[in-house]
Design a protein around this ligand. Sequence first.
Ligand code: GRF
Length: 186
Amino acid sequence: KNIVLMASGSGSNAENIICFFRDKNILCNFHIITNKKDAFVLERAKKLNVPAEVITKKQNEEGVLLDRINELKPDLIVLAGYLLLFPAEIVALYPNKIINIHPALLPKFGGKGMYGSFVHEAVVAHKESETGITIHYVSEHYDEGAVIFQAKTPVVVTDTPLDIANKVHKLEYEHFPKVIEKLLND
Ligand code: GRF
């Protein structure tokens, strides 16, 4: 199976997914695409010996990402901390083939515009008693596609945004690879 992993930042989810499939000896061709020249995910790709490349926002707008995706013939495109809105023309060409993980319980705290990467601060500010992760299909708008999977974790009054981020990352690492494995088997 061909899996394209899109990440803008550290790429810990991308690494976790790759290691999960390797540890289970499930053959997959991974390809990492980031939009940042200095994204740490590129270091992880080198360490994991996974092909990786930078395709910038401007190049997305010029159709470079679409051409690359078509060349890679992905069975699944996984957004794992990809911070750009995915080009609508690609979403239209790959229905139910693009998934994203959001570090909150959508529809709460969704939409990059509202909270961006300050989702956990918003959870604290709203005194939520729980939060979690949402894995969903990508649509033309941020965080609005059909939900595939959610997992929850309690939030206690002493939790800081960092405490919450750590709890949420644990859920991501536990569940994201399994959800992908299931989607590939369907
Ligand atoms: C994750 O928390 C994910 O939910 C969000 O961005 C973060 C990516 O972290 N979309 P990493 O780059 O996988 O470490």
